[in-house]
Each structure stands twice: as C-alpha cells, then as structure tokens.
Design a protein around this ligand. Sequence first.
Ligand code: C2O
Ligand code: CU
Ligand code: CU
Length: 492
Amino acid sequence: MKINRRQLLNLTLFATTAIIIKNLQQNSNQDTLWANELKPQIYKSKNGLLEVELIAQETPVNIDGKTAYLLTYNGQIPAPRLEAIAGDKVKIKFTNKLAQPTNIHYHGLHISPTGNADNAFLEIQPNQTFNYEFTIPDNHPSMTAWYHPHLHGYTAQQLSGGLAGLFIIKGELDDIPEINSAKEEFIVLQDFPLDNNGRLTDSRMMSLMMGREGDVITVNGEIKPQISLNKGEWLRLRILNASTSRFYNLSLDDNPFYLIATDGGAIASPQEMTRLLLTPGQRAEIMIKGENKQSSLKLINLPYNRGGMGMMGNRMMGGGMMGRRNNNSSQILATINLNQSNQNNQSVSLPNQLNTITALPSPNQVRSFTLNHGMANGMAFLINGKSYNHQRIDTEVKLNTVEEWELINTGIMDHPFHIHVNSFQVISRNDIPENLLAWRDTVLVKRGERVKIRIRFDDFTGKTVYHCHILDHEDLGMMGNLQINSVGVNSE
Ligand code: C2O
Ligand code: CU
Ligand code: CU
C-alpha cells in the first residue's frame, strides 16, 4: 500500500502528538517527585520548644524546570527554615539517609559544642537517627544563623550538594517598629556543580584546591526569582552565603542599601553602602527602600577575584573549572519589582540606633594563626604549618577570657576564617583600625592580609573548631581544634 503525502502528514502529526502527550505525562509524574515544589517548610518554636524532624537524603529537585539530584534536608532546597527565640529549648530528631556519615553544625549559635548540641565531632552513620537537644541561652542575641553538615572530610561535598538551611533567632532587632514593619525576605545563596543529567559532578583536585564552585547559582533554590515591594516601603533582606566556596559581591546596581546586621546580629546603627561582599558562611541583613523613581531593582553579583593557584594552575586546568574561579562576569541574582501601592505610604526612615555593641577589652592572651597551603601527605591546607588532626588540640583557652588573634594569610588565595560557638569583633586589617564595630563569626582574610580579631569565650567549655569556610580547604586540612577550659583548669 502506498501512503500519500496527506496520510504521511497525518501519521507524523499523530506520532508527534503522542510523543508530546507522553512527555506531558512524564513531566507531570516528575512534578510529583519534585519535593521542593511544596511550600518551603518553616518550623517555629511554640511555648518555649522548637521540635523538628530532619531527614538528610538524596532527592530529585526541580531547578529551573530541570531535575537535579541534590542532597536535601526534608526534600527541600534550601532546607527548612527554623525559628526560635532566646530561652527556647530545641529538639531535632535527625535521620541520616545519605550514603555517607554526617552530622549537623549550628553555625552562629552560641550553644554548647559538646554532647547532643553543636558537636562537630559526632559521626552519624547512614540510617542512624540522632536526637539533638540544646537550649538557646536567655541572653542570646537575635540573628540570622544557619545549619549544615560538618563532618571533616565530607563537609564540602555535602554542603555543595545542598544541605543548608536558615536558623533564625528572633529578638531585639525584630522588635524595632521600623524594622518590624518592613517586608521581610530570606535569601539563601547556593551554587551547584551539575552535569547535563542533573547529577552533582565529582570535583577534581585542582578545583578542590581552589574550592569548588558550581555553575548553577540559585536563590532559595530558584534561578533569578522575583520579589515584589511597594513603593515607599522597606524591604528587609536576610542573606546567607551557603555556597561551599563562591564569594558573592553584591550590589543593587549602584543603588544604596543599608546594612543592619552582620553574622552575630544587629550592628549599632544602619550603614549605607552600595557593595556587600559575602564570603561562604557569612550572613548580612540589609534594608532596601522602594523608591518612587524606579520600577525595579536588580540584586547583582559582581566579579570578585579570590586569588588562585597561579600560572601553573591555570595551565593545568586549561581554563576548565579553574577558568571560572575569578567569577569574572556579573550575574543577576534576583529582581525586586516595585509596585505602586494604593495606600498612602508615608515612608518611615530607619532608626539611628539598632543595638548597643561594647568593644571587647584588651586581651588576656594574644595568638597568631598563619594560613597557607603546602605539603603534608600531598597537597594540604595549613594553619600554623599544620594540617588538621582530629586528635590534636591546637589551641587551649580559658572560659571568660578575652583573646586577640592575628590571622595572617601568607598564601595566594583568600580564606574566610570561621570560629564556632562565640562571635568575635574585627579590630584591624593590616593595622588599619576597623571602623564598623560588629559581631561576626566569619571574617575574610585576603591573600597577604593580617586581620586582628578579639573574642571572649563565654558560657561554654569543651572542644570545638575554627577553620577556613571555603569548605574544601577545611576538608583538606585548614582547621584546628579549640579547647575551651573552665577557669582554674590548667592543662597547659
Ligand atoms: Cu559553617 Cu564550622 O562552619
Ligand atoms: Cu560554624
Ligand atoms: Cu581557605
């Protein structure tokens, strides 16, 4: 039988339609698999208790209409947002359904580093459940903290897979009427190294040394989301850099915005700025005014060069992963659409005072920490010439004392230095006194730079860590054990 042209066309049409229908069916099946299509989970404490169940596992996730196989808590990218207030008890029933051991670190929280609390030394095996339990101290400052895995050797891989969520402590800053009346949005910045099949790519040694960066940059698991804001009103953005290594050099297209909080909570008064560099681990809260003259504002990530392995590295990588390290193109991260509002918004101005911050006094003890890389069983990242050793105590301090630490970067890459449990104040950078008095837990130490910080060890004794928050560097050895002893105990 001969098929004429028309019949052929019909047949083709039929076949094409069948394929389209089949694809639609597949897509709708797929949709039901995408756990992150559900509303983002928010857990708030009730009657002094925050009770949460978290499950870590590999999950197919919808990133910009494509399936990505990421590592999630409760299927969500970013992970559920937890909210508590000072004095609350926190109970987290955590189950590890990953193929590797893991644990959870509560980055920024001033809680015990031992037992069932912020214990970075726990190793929770696959299929094991662990009950975290701790109390947020009564005098805990309000802050934008977060949680992520922290098992040495696995941290970078698990964080870059997506395991990160906000842990908000509500309090004083939120009670200021001008801040409270602003629209509030949360921005979790994550980048994923994905192949064409949506699988996380294995990072090669050179990219690990630089710190892995993913090409898929997401804001709350979305690509270039839209935020709406009424003209005349204020937007409060709480921003977290949850990327493993990528720095975000944020701008609002040169429009001014106002910094109100750093890692450890509110600063004394709003600071006008047009650029905000956020290293991995850092948080900032900014206020943005919906001005009348514009219809939208773009949140942009500007290029930033965080150093590198030099000529040899560039040649070895042939412009592959390494070529992208300088972040040398800008990206739009999100768009803020400004709407005419029907209310007559008499726009409020920001208060002059947000918080009282007392400068830490002269130190009882001074130490220095040199950050560099070198050889120790192969390529390693070092603090004071040593690569991390689980057993070794690197630094012993006394409870209730103030120390001044000089962080000296003699290498060719920038390192964001992070300390667990207690926030610190930056005193100077290359001997230039720091103007902004602020509580931080992560500070950028640029290549060739010397940064002095002061820290007081309050409330909690026990063993914890400090490390570079380019988590590949941490996994490659740039971490030290910090033992906080009670006064009177002297094992030095
Ligand atoms: Cu967010 Cu020890 O890290
Ligand atoms: Cu931390
Ligand atoms: Cu580093």
